[in-house]
Design a protein around this ligand. Structure first.
Ligand SMILES: [Zn+2]
Ligand SMILES: [Zn+2]
Ligand SMILES: [Zn+2]
Length: 336
């Protein structure tokens, strides 16, 4: 028996996330074959163009940004969200009601739309992906100069299971006075590591991962696409600049070309390898509240929704993923 135990693989492996300080469970015994992801059937309720608000921009607010191609066709347009979670105001009222604190939902909420109703970001040509990144940066830089904006969130929901209520491809940008708790944890973890070890935790992980290679999915001169060591969900994917940069909005033109390629490859591999799953992606970047964030290293996080095999959270707050990040990376690496 003892001999058997030595040979058999444990049902799961616990992995420590250096930044969030969470323990993640990789439960390999429960995994299905990877290529089954590609065969998953998905129910697609395609909303028709006729009824799509983003195909009928005349029904929407005045664009805050428009990119057109040389023939004058719209490529990317940014509009205010018709049902904003935050709205612009000249003052920010804070108050208390007994033990409770309240604050006005002051800020900005915009939508970044690509023209083609049926082409998701994963299917966009490289040049258009680049325009989307231009739009993210341009609006970001606009918002950080506004009063009461301490943090700008850029995110994209693809597919109903990921919370996209309108099927026309669109990203959202929210600029708010608060820093979101998920980013706050990431910032705190990075700061603690920096104070204790004197270096950036993300650079440290990148250095190891790029040397070790098993979790690398793709890399070009400036960016690396990888499956994080402590992946929270199956096929979690991140995109990091190889050099240490705290602020996404300071990205240079040439780096944007490389980022567009990295995004294009990452989303394309997920699209093909997993039969167009729903996913969320977002940017983690240093806030714009004037504090020092030199310890931080901005990045994109892509979290596919693998409904059937999604990790679940225990009461203890431990997340379980059923795919080893090394296997996910190998699988995605080989998708062309
Ligand atoms: Zn549409
Ligand atoms: Zn770094
Ligand atoms: Zn992050």
């Amino acid at each position: 028996m003892a001999e058997d135990n030595k040979l058999s693989k444990p049902a799961s492996e616990l992995r420590f996330d250096l930044v969030s300080k969470d323990w993640i469970v990789i439960a390999t015994g429960r995994a299905k074959r990877l290529d089954e992801f590609a065969k998953q059937t998905r129910q697609k309720e395609e909303a028709l163009e006729e009824k799509c608000p983003f195909c009928h921009l005349e029904t929407q607010g005045k664009p805050t940004l428009e990119y057109k191609d040389k023939d004058g066709n719209l490529e990317v347009v940014v509009i205010p969200n018709k049902f904003p979670a935050f709205s612009h105001a000249e003052s920010l009222r804070e108050r208390a009601e007994g033990p409770y604190s309240l604050m006005d939902g002051v800020g900005f909420h915009e939508v970044v739309i690509t023209r083609d109703h049926r082409k998701s970001l994963a299917e966009l040509p490289l040049a258009l992906m680049r325009r989307v990144i231009d739009a993210y940066q341009e609006r970001y830089l606009e918002f950080v100069n506004e009063k009461f904006v301490n943090y700008v969130a850029i995110f994209h929901n693809h597919g109903k299971e990921a919370g996209a209520s309108i099927s026309h491809p669109h990203s959202q940008i929210i600029a708010v006075p608060l820093i979101d708790p998920d980013l706050q944890r990431s910032l705190n973890g990075s700061r603690m590591f920096f104070e204790n070890q004197g270096e950036c935790v993300h650079c440290k992980m990148l250095e190891w991962d790029m040397e070790e290679k098993s979790r690398i999915i793709f890399e070009n001169k400036e960016f690396v696409v990888l499956a994080p060591f402590a992946s929270r969900v199956a096929f979690e994917t991140r995109i990091y600049p190889k050099e240490h940069h705290p602020y996404f909005e300071r990205i240079k033109d040439k780096e944007k070309d490389s980022l567009a390629e990295a995004m294009n490859v990452a989303l394309g591999k997920i699209f093909k390898g997993m039969n167009d799953p729903a996913y969320n992606f977002f940017v983690h970047t240093a806030p714009a509240d004037g504090k020092d964030y030199n310890h931080y290293h901005w990045h994109f996080e892509i979290l596919p929704k693998t409904s059937t095999w999604a990790g679940f959270e225990l009461g203890a707050g431990i997340e379980i993923s059923t795919i080893e990040p090394e296997k996910a990376a190998e699988y995605l690496r080989n998708i062309n």
